[in-house]
Design a protein around this ligand. Structure first.
Ligand code: NIG
Ligand code: FE
Length: 421
């Protein structure tokens, strides 16, 4: 018998979510590769076999045997869009919004993102780590095993780099694997009010080069993202920033069509961005572009829900065009503070019309491709990292159907049990 480190067996349903090296696009979304009474064998943190329990139990002896007792086993969730790390909260602004003020009005009046910027600029790296560690722990408890994080609450060179340093420190202290995005183009800071082009000059001339230096010093690749939106960065400014970033070796992401469709999604596809995110008011031509390109469409249903808006990402149109759709939380203190990917699945099923199987593939395999890690995580395919969840239900269709309580019983990260059972 061959020996492995971990054999997880007796999974009532084991959802592989196979990609074969690619995201699930269009009508293919929702292919779960479901194995009844399944098992998965892990060695050195990687999946070496997946199949029926009786076969794997006959084939492998294991240092650790884990009985899933008929429960559902799925890949760890990947959250490809969060705004961690930040300081403070905006409960006061939520109260204003309940009184009728809009998100963009509050932002134009100097609140919104700028209020979190003021709090984040004042914080030290240690304070940022202390404030954001519990958020990552909640994400992990809800099954997120890999996540993206963004700067964008510094908006000056020193504070943006400080956010990167905080991300790096957070990575050393907990098991959720982090992907870093540089987002100095998240808002126009107060110092540049009325002079957005001046701030874009600063981003291109000083901030992006500083981030590129950080990326070399830390032997990693950063994403660069831009909030392409009416009243923030227009399409020409977005292009200028992304082109400069691409020249410096960043991979690209775009915040597009959250409130207005400016063409940011088509630009993302044209430039080969890894993802285009939000995509609520996406023009038809841009939806068609997603069908032709490799860029992953990341829907963030927590955001319209958090803003009590009624328009969500047009998932069906994106899938009909042949696009690849992923889900993320957008976790941030302004529009949506929610650490739970299962909650995003519940919203996507109701407001984007996804089936539970589609939502599951969008929250795992496709989400991994949305941060450029689809070869390593996001599914229970042989060779991938053993990032695995045991749910407290036996049927995956409870995901999306139930909400507000945590369906995750145990979390395995790189073959190690890090939560429960
Ligand atoms: O994705 N759109 C811009 N950024 C965030 C909101 C950030 C904030 O309000 O602090 C978003 O919704
Ligand atoms: Fe966002």
């Amino acid at each position: 018998m061959e020996n492995v480190d971990l054999l997880l067996y007796n999974a009532g349903q084991l959802c592989v979510v196979p990609g074969g090296g690619a995201a699930q696009r269009g009508a293919d979304l929702g292919r779960l590769g479901l194995i009844e009474n399944g098992a998965v064998a892990v060695r050195d943190g990687r999946i070496v076999a997946v199949g029926p329990s009786d076969e794997l139990r006959a084939e492998y002896s294991a240092g650790m045997l884990l009985d899933a007792a008929g429960r559902c086993v799925i890949p760890g969730f990947v959250d490809p869009h969060t705004h961690l790390p930040w300081m403070g909260d905006r409960a006061d602004e939520f109260e204003l919004r309940l009184g009728g003020a809009s998100y963009m009005e509050i932002m134009a009046a100097g609140g919104g993102i700028m209020s979190t910027v003021r709090a984040t600029r004042q914080a030290s790296v240690d304070e940022l780590v202390a404030a954001n560690l519990p958020r990552l722990q909640r994400m992990l408890a809800h099954g997120t095993t890999s996540a993206e994080m963004k700067t964008g609450y510094g908006l000056d060179t020193e504070s943006e780099i400080k956010q990167l340093d905080a991300m790096h420190a957070l990575q050393q202290q907990q098991p959720v694997e982090l992907t870093y995005t540089f987002l100095p183009a998240h808002a126009v800071p107060a110092e540049y009010t009325g002079n957005t082009d001046g701030y874009v000059d600063r981003i291109v001339g000083e901030m992006l080069p500083a981030g590129a230096e950080w990326m070399r010093a830390h032997d990693t690749v950063l994403f660069c993202d831009v909030f392409c939106e009416e009243g923030v960065f227009d399409l020409a400014q977005t292009r200028r920033i992304l082109e400069a970033a691409q020249r410096l070796g960043y991979r690209l992401k775009v915040h597009a069509d959250e409130f207005a469709g400016l063409g940011g999604t088509a630009l993302a596809v044209e430039m080969g961005a890894v993802s285009a995110d939000h995509l609520v008011h996406t023009p038809e031509a841009d939806i068609q572009a997603l069908g032709r390109g490799a860029t992953i469409a990341v829907a963030l249903p927590g955001t319209p829900f958090g803003l009590a808006h009624h328009d969500y990402t047009p998932a069906k149109a994106i899938l009909e065009a042949g696009g690849a759709l992923a889900l993320a939380t957008d976790l941030n203190p302004g529009t949506t503070w929610c650490e739970s990917m299962p909650m995003m699945m519940a919203l996507a099923c109701r407001y984007m019309g996804l089936t539970q199987a589609q939502a599951l593939a969008a929250a795992t395999l496709n989400a991994a491709f949305a941060i450029g890690r689809g070869e390593q995580v996001g599914s229970l395919e042989i060779g991938k990292q053993a990032d695995i969840l045991i749910l407290d239900v036996s049927d995956y269709r409870h995901l999306g159907y139930r909400y507000g309580t945590n369906p995750v019983q145990a979390v395995i990260k790189k073959g190690e049990l890090v939560v429960g059972p």
